[in-house]
Design a protein around this ligand. Structure first.
Ligand code: F6P
Length: 361
């Protein structure tokens, strides 16, 4: 029997822990199958590399020294799922090309590291007959069926540090500081870093806000002698009125007003109503940068090792997950097309409310 050939790709936005996961999977594969019985094939720039057959054979030494490294040694691209079955101007049948690469590279399976979009394409390829195992990555923590995704905890640490640092300026200058935290659909990152950083107001997409309630929360603090406030706003936060609209309409109206997210509008409205000096801060991609935290290194290593075990068991069409304290797996078909939103009665929302944090309701 020839060597086992395992493809590995990272797709979608980068995040801390991708390399740690690649390393965990590769090292566990070498342990389980033997260094000379397995070849790991790096697929470059996510599904783009699979479509264009941009692949290279990796050596065991390629997986050393990358545990602490941010980003991804394989490169990544956003190749939207909704375009996967659409033939564009280049006339490339992407699904057919990916199947062709799989065959030409003589792959036995592919590990796909990515978020919701990646999982959708992974499931599509699995339905097309390829052996696929997913690994859940995203700072947004919004993949269905897993308590946590790798990258999330590091981003929470970074966002919390941002809020901590802004806190000192807010306090010294008696300002209202509105901080935009990544998370277009789900508010996990804003919720966790907002509570960890002691934000006074937390606005997330799942709980549309009433600007008058936000202003009241700022005024109530001022009346209580606190002349500064920290507002943590998720990138995807929306007002109650906006929540009634379809996304396209919401974005069209915002574009007319000159906004893409609500952050600057919220700041403007607070300043206009209260007269308090208000500033916005958008850390953006800094939240995804740099070395993974110890928590994420451990999680990534566990996830990678589990993926190797699934290869051994020939259990394909699954994605690795953490449920409670167990590392387990879900069927790809069960988790795709779903988003793990923050429940409005999430424990941390309730906790926040119990200590007086406003969610702008
Ligand atoms: O999915 C991770 C994420 O960082 C989101 O929080 C954010 O909305 C999006 O990616 C940003 O995408 P890009 O890196 O393509 O600008």
């Amino acid at each position: 029997m020839g060597k086992l050939r395992i493809g590995i790709l990272t797709s979608g936005g980068d995040c801390p822990g991708l390399n740690a996961t690649i390393r965990g999977a590769a090292k566990a594969c070498y342990q389980l199958f033997g260094d000379n019985k397995v070849d790991i094939i790096g697929i470059e720039d996510g599904f783009y590399g699979l479509i264009h057959n941009n692949c290279h054979k990796m050596k065991p030494s390629d997986f050393s020294g990358i545990l602490t490294q941010g980003g991804t040694i394989l490169g990544t691209k956003r190749t939207p799922y909704k375009m996967m079955q659409v033939i564009e101007e280049d006339e490339i049948d992407k699904v057919a090309e990916m199947k062709k690469t799989y065959k030409e590279q003589k792959l036995d399976c592919i590990l796909t590291l990515g978020g919701n979009g990646t999982h959708k394409t992974a499931n599509l390829l699995s339905e097309e007959g390829l052996n696929i195992i997913g690994l859940p990555k995203t700072i947004d923590n919004d993949i269905w069926g897993t308590d946590v995704t790798f990258g999330f905890h590091t981003a929470v640490d970074i966002a919390t540090d941002v809020i901590d640092r802004i806190h000192t300026t807010a306090n010294s200058h008696s300002r209202i500081m509105v901080i935009e935290i990544m998370g277009n659909k789900a508010g996990w990152l804003t919720l966790y870093s907002g509570i960890a950083g002691g934000a006074d107001i937390v606005l997330i997409p799942e709980i549309p806000y009433d600007i008058n309630k936000v202003i009241k929360a700022v005024e109530d603090r001022a009346e209580a002698g606190k002349d500064f406030s920290i507002v943590a706003v998720a990138e995807g936060a929306m007002s109650k009125a906006e929540a009634e609209l379809k996304k396209k309409e919401r974005m069209r109206l915002r574009a007319e007003e000159g906004y893409t997210t609500v952050t600057n509008r919220v700041a403007k409205e607070i300043q206009a109503a209260t007269g308090f000096e208000t500033r916005t801060v958008v850390p953006g991609h800094m939240l995804r940068g740099g070395s993974p935290s110890a928590y994420d290194r451990v999680l990534a290593t566990k996830f990678g090792a589990r993926a190797a075990q699934l290869i051994k068991e020939e259990k394909f069409g699954y994605t690795v997950a953490k449920i409670g304290s167990s590392i387990t797996e879900n069927l790809l078909s069960d988790v795709t097309m779903k988003t793990k939103f923050v429940p409005v009665d999430d424990d941390l929302v309730i906790t926040g409310k119990s200590i007086g944090v406003s969610f702008g309701e």
